[in-house]
Design a protein around this ligand. Structure first.
Ligand code: FEO
Length: 171
C-alpha cells in the first residue's frame, strides 16, 4: 500500500501532466493558426508525450494499490506573441514541472519510498531532455531572428518529429 501523502502528490502530478498536454495542444492550435505546421506538429507530439507521462503515473499508482483521482484541468492560454514567446513559455513550464518532480522526489526520500524514487528517476532524466530540446529550439529561433526563410526552414525541420511512446514497456 502506498503512503497517503505520496498518493496525493502523484494524483496532483497526473493533473499537472494532463495540463501540460492541454497547454501543448493549445500551442499546436496556435501554430496551425499562424501557418507554421511544423511547429504545430512538434507541439502535437509534445501533447501526446505528456498524456503518456500522466498515464505512467496513473499506472504506477494503480500498481501500488493507490486510488487515482482525476481533477479538473485548467484552461490553457490561447495566444502567444510570437513563436519565440510560445517556446519560452514552454521552457518556463517545463522548469516548473522539473521543480514539481524534484519536490516529489524529496517527499519520496523523506518517506523512504524507494519504488517511487525509482519511478521518479525516469522523470528526472526525461526533464533534462525536455528542457534541452526547448533550449535548442529557442536558440535556433533567436538565430533565425526576422528571417522568414529561416523560420520556414526550422518549421520544416520540426515537422519531422514523430511520436514514440517512451513509457511503453518495462513496467
Ligand atoms: Fe511531462 Fe513535459 O513534462
Amino acid at each position: 500500500m502506498i503512503d497517503k501523502d505520496i498518493e496525493k502528490a502523484i494524483n496532483k502530478q497526473i493533473n499537472e501532466e494532463m495540463y501540460s498536454a492541454y497547454l501543448y495542444l493549445a500551442m499546436s492550435a496556435y501554430f496551425q493558426d499562424i501557418s507554421l505546421p511544423g511547429f504545430a506538429n512538434w507541439m502535437y507530439v509534445q501533447y501526446q508525450e505528456e498524456v503518456t507521462h500522466a498515464m505512467k503515473f496513473y499506472r504506477y499508482l494503480v500498481e501500488r494499490g493507490g486510488r487515482v483521482e482525476l481533477h479538473a484541468i485548467a484552461e490553457p492560454p490561447k495566444e502567444w506573441k510570437s513563436p519565440l514567446h510560445a517556446m519560452e513559455e514552454t521552457l518556463n513550464h517545463e522548469r516548473h514541472i522539473t521543480q514539481l518532480i524534484n519536490e516529489l522526489a524529496d517527499l519520496a526520500e523523506k518517506k523512504k519510498d524507494r519504488a517511487t524514487l525509482n519511478l521518479l528517476q525516469w522523470f528526472i532524466d526525461e526533464q533534462v531532455e525536455e528542457e534541452a530540446n526547448d533550449e535548442e529550439i529557442i536558440a535556433k529561433l533567436k538565430m533565425v531572428g526576422d528571417s522568414p526563410s529561416g523560420l520556414l526552414m526550422l518549421d520544416s525541420q520540426l515537422g519531422q518529429r514523430t511520436f514514440v511512446d517512451e513509457t511503453a514497456g518495462g513496467e
